[in-house]
Design a protein around this ligand. Structure first.
Ligand code: 6R9
Length: 654
């Protein structure tokens, strides 16, 4: 390939991709144009891709408040009645009851399972009955804290079947983080496992739940799935093993009829302020959007084996392991393990073992496997692969090329999919067969998505430009509110640019109309594809008795995309030391979880502040990036001398 990495030329769409794809370029343009000109007609039509107990009479009823800041209200298919679990399971039983719905691949390569749609139906009904017997009903909130085992999907679908609202909390979060999330949504029920298993190591999930409940109270029931058989404390009257409870119930459970705008799930995500937000997604629009994007973006056809490597604790797991694929009657692979266990060939071996056709992963995984060289890839066949996907953060062109050439052997298009917890599904993405690819660009909007690039004042920029990314019109998969705090929803997403959804991302648009996401423009950092508010890490640090003040910024990291750089000012009389550094790292891991582990901690006698006391993060970012020669205007600093000390003792030296 002859293109220059920094100004990549588009890859042409080979005839074979176009021949099997749902849409070619002309069809994409035609459908996209229609979806924007006539959103009501377009979505009215596509809403019928799922089954409804009562059909909607209108598709879209949404307002972003307008330029004067009116009410923000987002409703799709609002008088329709349906059920997500019914759509993901029951409606397939006649045609594909014996087809595999979920392939589960364990952490240990000798363990795997195949679950057909008929078995899935029985498992989910049973799970729903266990929950119903313990008081879960339409509108209840249920916290799910599980490893990557099929029961995680059963539990989610069981909630959906009952019309209950699940809140899945990633198994890597600490008891404190779990406690906050249980408290915020008021769950009386927690579903967990004895222990998780990842990379050969055990994760004490049940013990973490016990510690969380000791802090929050209000939890009446804990359902414990046995995964490792490790011994755990069971509190009589509160805790029950799932396999014991399941013996007491039948495998039939009717699907509740729920309104299109009834909540389906809450998923907590980080923003620029301290407390994670409960992003609320509802039923009808979410499922239409998740299933439609899954079909078109991954060009999913009957019989394909599809694998998304995300964890169900993140939105990617919700939309593209569970809901989108199952709504489409797909075979979806769920992987318990990690990319480098037992060896760095694991992903490729799993692809060969299960003849995976479509593979969707994150740039951080690609970069770390790229670091292990080509040989662990090349020793596997990967002949089944037809399409590759990327999500979670910008993919650098070098990693894109490696993924394309070494993993996909130039046979497979790469779909670089930009979206967010808030958007529910993929927003900007190539469509295989329709879109010429440019390494590093998420390319063009999906149907119904109206991206705009605006400057700091909110002026809409035209043509090739760079600025902040906003979305001008509602789409069905959009979050509806912040659970319990609609004003926060309005303030976070619709106040920076009135009448528009602000994504928090910076973006460039090139002369071909392709979008290049440049990363967050707010105080959110993206570490290995995990979103984290710098304020969350700061509040964890200052909760340590020896810390007086902390400021956290991201810095470029070869594998993780961004690393966590913390500046810490100690309490009077405390001395910096290696052991204190370790103590602080351990403290943050305990407060938030291992994903928030600071990579670098710099002890600073003072932080750069304006005279009004605001920390000048711009300066801290520059120093963390080892770019301190271009600090910009420092004239507003209260005490310019602190900067010299910060530079002198910087931790990230080239
Ligand atoms: C799905 C998911 C959202 C943030 C988003 C952006 C970054 C995700 C991306 C990407 C560039 C892509 N992001 N996909 N940046 N290219 N293809 O990751 O949701 O965890 O909420 O993160 O991730 O910064 O704003 P979430």
């Amino acid at each position: 390939m002859e293109h220059v990495v920094h100004h990549p030329l588009p890859h042409d769409v080979p005839a074979e991709w176009a021949a099997r794809a749902y849409v070619n370029e002309a069809k994409y343009l035609e459908m996209y144009e229609r979806s924007i000109r006539d959103p009501e007609g377009f979505w009215y039509e596509h809403g019928s891709r799922i089954d409804w107990f009562t059909t909607y009479t209108r598709a879209k009823n949404a307002s972003f408040g307008g330029p004067d800041g009116g009410e923000v209200s987002i409703r799709w298919f609002e008088d329709g009645v349906t059920n997500v679990a019914y759509n993901c399971i029951d409606r397939h039983l006649d045609t594909r009851g014996d087809q595999v719905a979920i392939i589960w691949e364990g952490d240990d390569p000798s363990e795997s399972k195949h679950i057909t749609y008929r078995q899935l139906h029985a498992e989910v009904c049973r799970f729903a009955n266990v929950l119903r017997n313990r008081g879960v009903e339409k509108g209840s909130t249920v916290t799910i804290y599980m490893p990557m085992i099929p029961e995680a999907a059963y539990a989610m679908l069981a909630c959906a079947r009952l019309g209950a609202i699940h809140s899945v909390v990633f198994g890597g979060f600490s008891p404190d983080s779990l406690a906050d999330r249980i408290r915020d949504c008021g769950s009386k029920m927690v579903i967990t496992a004895d222990e998780g298993l990842r990379g050969g190591r055990k994760v004490p999930l049940k013990a973490n739940v016990d510690a969380a409940i000791a802090k929050v109270g209000g939890v009446d029931h804990v359902v414990v799935v046995r995964r490792t058989g490790g011994s755990v404390d069971m509190e009589a009257g509160r805790d029950v093993y799932y396999h014991e409870a399941a013996e007491q119930v039948t495998d039939e459970c009717p699907a509740e009829h729920v309104d299109a705008e009834d909540p389906l799930f809450i998923l907590y995500t980080s923003g620029s302020t301290g407390k994670p937000k409960g992003v609320l997604h509802t039923t009808g629009g979410y499922l239409v959007f998740a299933s439609m994007t899954h079909q078109y973006v991954f060009d999913y056809h009957d019989g394909d084996i599809y694998w998304c490597t995300a964890d169900v604790g993140w939105v990617t797991g919700h939309s593209y392991i569970v809901y989108g694929p199952l709504a489409n009657g797909a075979t979806t692979l769920m992987f318990e393990g990690v990319p480098n266990y037992p060896t760095v060939s694991r992903f490729w071996e799993v692809i060969d073992k299960h003849k995976v056709n479509i593979f969707y992963t994150a740039p951080t995984a690609i970069r770390s496997l790229m670091g292990a060289g080509d040989a662990p890839v090349k020793k596997t066949s990967r002949a089944s692969l037809r399409l590759l996907g990327s999500v979670g953060e910008p993919i650098n062109p070098e990693a894109w090329e490696w993924y394309y050439e070494v993993v996909g052997e130039k046979r497979c298009p790469i779909v670089d999919t930009w979206w967010q917890t808030e958007t529910g599904g993929i927003m900007i993405t190539p469509l295989p067969g329709a879109t010429r690819l440019k390494p590093g660009s998420a390319t063009r909007p999906f149907f119904g998505v109206v991206p705009q690039v605006v400057d700091a004042e909110g002026k809409v920029l035209e043509g090739a430009c760079e600025g902040n990314l906003v979305i001008a019109e509602s789409w069905p998969g959009q979050m509806r509110t912040v659970f319990g705090d609609h004003q926060r929803f309005v303030d976070t997403y619709f106040s920076a640019y009135k009448g528009k959804y602000f994504t928090g991302d910076g973006c460039r648009r090139d002369a071909d109309g392709y979008y290049w996401i440049t990363g967050r423009v707010d105080d959110v950092i993206n570490v290995s594809g995990h979103r984290m508010g710098t304020a969350e890490v700061e509040s964890a640090l200052v909760s340590h008795p020896k810390v007086s003040e902390a400021a956290v910024v991201g810095y470029p990291h070869d594998i993780k995309g961004q690393g966590i750089y913390a500046y810490v000012t100690l309490m009077q009389g405390e001395e910096p030391s290696e052991s204190l550094r370790k103590e602080l790292v351990a403290h943050v891991r305990k407060e938030i979880g291992p994903i928030a582990t600071p990579d670098l901690i710099q002890f600073a006698p003072g932080l750069p502040k304006t005279r009004s006391g605001k920390i000048m993060r711009r300066i801290l970012r520059k120093i963390a990036e080892d770019e301190f020669s271009a600090l910009g205007d420092t004239s507003t600093l209260a005490d310019p001398a602190v900067v010299d000390d910060l530079i002198e003792n910087r931790q990230n030296r080239a």
